[in-house]
Design a binder for this molecule. Structure first.
Ligand SMILES: NC(=O)c1ccc[n+]([C@@H]2O[C@H](COP(=O)([O-])OP(=O)(O)OC[C@H]3O[C@@H](n4cnc5c(N)ncnc54)[C@H](OP(=O)(O)O)[C@@H]3O)[C@@H](O)[C@H]2O)c1
Length: 245
């Protein structure tokens, strides 16, 4: 059987770690990335102990140089890339009226610019993977947010970076899917992770989405044929407010 390869950013905890675990179960060889070494090594060690071939690469994705280093590490170690998962992300809350622009710049760097650089750096390896397996193709999956689909009070500019990420996924699909590479934005409401903890005073963590459900959706995407493109998967929390994060 042909080996399959994935690169997952934000893989040291939360949604990215859950996706990495599911991909390891599916037999993927993995490059895992995050800023801090020790939690990332912990996840990589756990997956390696379960039999996965995995490398951990640290890098701050607000730096273009470090983003390129993460992509290069995958391309030096593995011959192809079937799945690029863009899960690293950051959020600052605040109303548009007086939102500090330095915070906006940082969110744009991590949530939008880094994904663009990673897609650019990884497209040749994604195209090669799709050419070797045209029936299944290759995919980019980017963690956007429900707040990128519908504006959420105090999360407007975070949501704006995620709306741009959704648009980036559509652009990749319209430009590349005829050659087997498509992109999907996944847009959840609050997920019970460190990032979701910001809302824990208003929303019970037990009523938030589970990272494992997001990981399950990502694995399902990898099972589709290359003919099926999924622009955006919105995942809402159970309850009356389907279009609220
Ligand atoms: N949790 C939610 O409620 C929710 C809802 C909708 C969408 N999302 C989106 O889903 C994605 C994952 O969220 P999560 O809840 O799993 O977040 P999380 O638990 O806070 O984990 C974030 C991950 O990204 C890494 N990361 C953060 N900043 C980074 C940087 N500058 N460079 C490199 N890596 C960085 C973190 O590791 P280090 O800190 O070590 O770098 C960690 O691995 C994000 O894009 C987020 O915007 C989350």
């Amino acid at each position: 059987m042909t080996r399959r390869y994935a690169l997952v950013t934000g893989a040291s905890r939360g949604i990215g770690a859950a996706i990495a675990r599911r991909l390891a179960d599916e037999g993927y060889d993995l490059t895992l990335a995050a800023r801090r070494e020790s939690p990332l090594d912990e996840v990589a060690g756990e997956l390696a102990a379960g039999g996965a071939i995995v490398q951990a690469v640290t890098g701050d994705l607000s730096s273009e140089e470090e983003v390129r280093r993460v992509a290069d590490a995958h391309l030096e170690r593995f011959p192809l890339l079937h799945l690029l998962v863009l899960s690293a992300g950051m959020s600052f809350a605040g109303e548009v009226a007086d939102f500090p622009l330095r915070r906006l710049d940082r969110m744009v760097a991590v949530n939008l610019r880094a994904p663009v650089v990673l897609v650019q750096a990884c497209l040749p390896a994604l195209r090669r993977a799709a050419a070797e397996d045209p029936a299944r193709g290759a995919r980019v999956v980017a963690l956007a947010s429900l707040s990128g689909v519908v504006a959420e009070p105090s999360l407007g500019l975070y949501g704006a970076t995620k709306a741009a990420l959704i648009s980036l996924c559509e652009a990749v699909t319209v430009e590349e899917s005829a050659h087997g590479v498509s992109a999907t934005a996944v847009s959840p409401g609050f997920v019970d992770t460190d990032m979701g903890a910001w809302a824990a005073d208003r929303i019970e963590p037990s009523s938030m989405l589970e990272a494992a459900d997001i990981a399950e959706l990502v694995v399902s995407l990898t099972r589709l044929s290359a003919r099926a493109v999924v622009p955006n998967l919105v995942v809402a929390r159970a309850g009356e407010q389907v279009w609220r994060a």
